[in-house]
Design a protein around this ligand. Structure first.
Ligand code: FAD
Length: 486
């Protein structure tokens, strides 16, 4: 007769306290006689079940497999979409995805440590070393110029699909994690008491087809509408910005080959940013009203390009006027440009064309979960927080979460604690929550501060921007923060 193993808290197995073995492998050391047939229950027991195979969920699965401390844990990841899209990604050099993230050197350092960055196609990643940020009403500006001596990189522009491809390749190289894709989580409940196998405090995830997976630790990496967060009963608070982020891939006039700069201009309707990709490609993120976003998506490519060039060069009054035009924007721009003095030193290279089918938009919102943990559950990435994209921090925060959670789990395994207990998870929450809260707050205030053309506010913020621009020490501190140095 095959024995069945009683589940006990990890701390109840003192001789295994410093072992990095799977907590299930560990249980094999304490067999008890079988009293209940639960073979299929046992097959579906996991140390960690991750819901969500976006960049945050895949980073966590990769870290768990690549760490020598956690590599024996039994890990499953469930993703609703087809992971083959990222796995078999074969890009053409002639086009770039419109979903691109600026990854800080801190995030890239972590991705390198877990062995994923070497699988990212580096010829499609563009580092930038300078930033030009200015007020679209007063013209005051803050410049972060490339320091040839220190040559510090501010961020690496990386297509999200390239990162996902790199993470999936690394996971395949490591093996061992069960990736269940094209499968949705349809329900989550607590398990049952099977006599010798008491799963009443364990989350059990029901997926398409009826299979059920029980998790010692269930991680929600399932995006802004996280089903795991809902099941955990964790409130997520915040507001919608009433703004949409319009993204597109564009081609510009030739840019300097070595130094690359990111440009962001704050208009009263929201900031517009142009960030460099390899060669003379660039990615656009234009946060604006839903009405302007809808109009931008309807324009002909020539008029769209003219609108983007105007948004970096003309006055906010001109832009507001042109945003109401249904056509003829290109001619309007040429005329206005010929009669408007423009300082071309601080603006990006002229956009020449927009890549076909690359214009899309996303509603922007700020949300922050009240907690990132509850008994046997943790949240990472957008499931825990969503932030306005003006500082390019959303995914970087998600990678920061993973970095912190993996440290927490390593400590739990090394000290023989139950990885699902809130006691073990507490340090993840205390490490990340307040750091993220500060960033979300700063970004939110920046959005509000620049979302007006009211003269006294413009005067105060312009004074502040000029003062900061004059203080090299403070600027270097801001640069370090932006680069994810901790
Ligand atoms: C316009 C814009 C620009 C941005 N620019 C930047 C930037 O420059 N830098 C930066 O750091 N961040 C940026 N961000 C933010 C960044 O894109 C997100 O923070 C990041 O993609 C979130 O990753 P995630 O893995 O947490 O969530 P997601 O990518 O949303 O992944 C969640 C996954 O969970 C899956 N899922 C959900 N529910 C279920 C279910 N029931 N069953 C199975 N699977 C499920 C989904 O299919 C999805 O794949 C930007 C965002 C926007 C909108």
């Amino acid at each position: 007769m095959k024995p069945i193993w009683r589940l006990r808290p990890r701390t109840a197995i003192p001789h295994l306290r410093n072992s990095a073995q799977s907590q299930f492998t560990a249980l094999r050391y304490s067999p008890v006689p079988r009293t209940y047939t639960t073979t299929n229950v046992l097959e579906n027991l996991y140390d960690v079940v991750i819901v969500g195979g976006g960049p945050a969920g895949l980073s966590l699965a990769t870290s768990l497999r690549s760490s020598s401390v956690t590599s024996r844990l039994r890990v499953a990841l469930i993703e609703g979409l087809d992971l083959d899209v990222g796995r078999k990604w074969k890009p053409s050099g002639e086009s770039y995805s419109n979903r691109v993230s600026s990854l800080t050197p801190g995030s890239v350092g972590f991705l390198t440590d877990i062995g994923a960055w070497k699988h990212v196609q580096r010829n499609r990643v563009q580092a930038y070393h300078g930033m030009q940020v200015w007020d679209g009403v007063s013209g005051s500006r803050i410049e972060f110029n490339w320091d040839v001596k220190n040559s510090s990189t501010i961020a690496y522009m990386t297509e999200n699909v390239n990162l996902v491809h790199g993470l999936l390749s690394r996971l395949e190289e490591l093996g061992g994690a069960q990736l269940i894709d094209k499968t949705r989580v349809e329900g989550i409940s607590f398990g049952e008491d099977h006599g010798t196998l008491d799963l009443r405090t364990w989350p059990v995830v029901q997926i398409t087809g009826g299979r059920k997976l029980a998790a010692r630790l269930l991680v929600g990496a399932d995006g802004a509408n996280s089903p795991v967060r809902t099941f955990a009963g964790i409130e997520s608070r915040g507001w919608d910005y009433g703004r949409h982020g319009v993204v597109a891939t564009v081609k510009t006039e030739d840019m300097p080959s070595v130094e690359r700069t990111a440009y962001q201009r704050f208009l009263p309707t929201g900031p517009i940013a142009l960030l460099p990709l390899p060669e003379n490609f660039a990615t656009l993120v234009w946060s604006t009203t839903p009405e302007i976003a809808a109009q931008l998506k309807k324009l002909s490519p020539t008029d769209f390009v003219a609108m983007v060039n105007s948004a970096f060069r003309l006055s906010h009054v001109d832009i507001a006027y042109m945003a109401k035009m249904d056509g003829g924007i290109s001619q309007e721009y040429q005329w206005r440009q010929s009669v408007t003095p423009i300082d071309s030193a601080g603006v990006p290279s002229t956009v020449l064309e927009v890549q076909e089918k690359s214009i899309a938009s996303f509603p922007l919102k700020m949300r922050h979960a009240d907690s990132y943990i509850s008994e046997r559950m943790a949240l990472v990435g957008d499931a825990a927080h969503t932030v306005h994209p003006l500082a390019g921090q959303g995914l970087n925060q998600g990678i920061g979460d993973v970095q912190s959670l993996i440290r927490t789990l390593e400590t739990a395994v090394q000290t023989g604690k139950d990885i699902g207990s809130t006691l073990s998870l507490e340090s993840y929450y205390s490490d990340q929550y307040f750091k993220n809260n500060l960033m979300i707050g700063v970004v939110d205030k920046l959005h509000k501060l620049y979302g007006t053309a009211f003269p006294p506010v413009v005067a105060v913020r312009s004074l502040g921007l000029r003062a900061v621009n004059a203080m090299e020490g403070l600027k270097s501190m801001i640069m370090k923060q932006a680069a994810g140095e901790r």
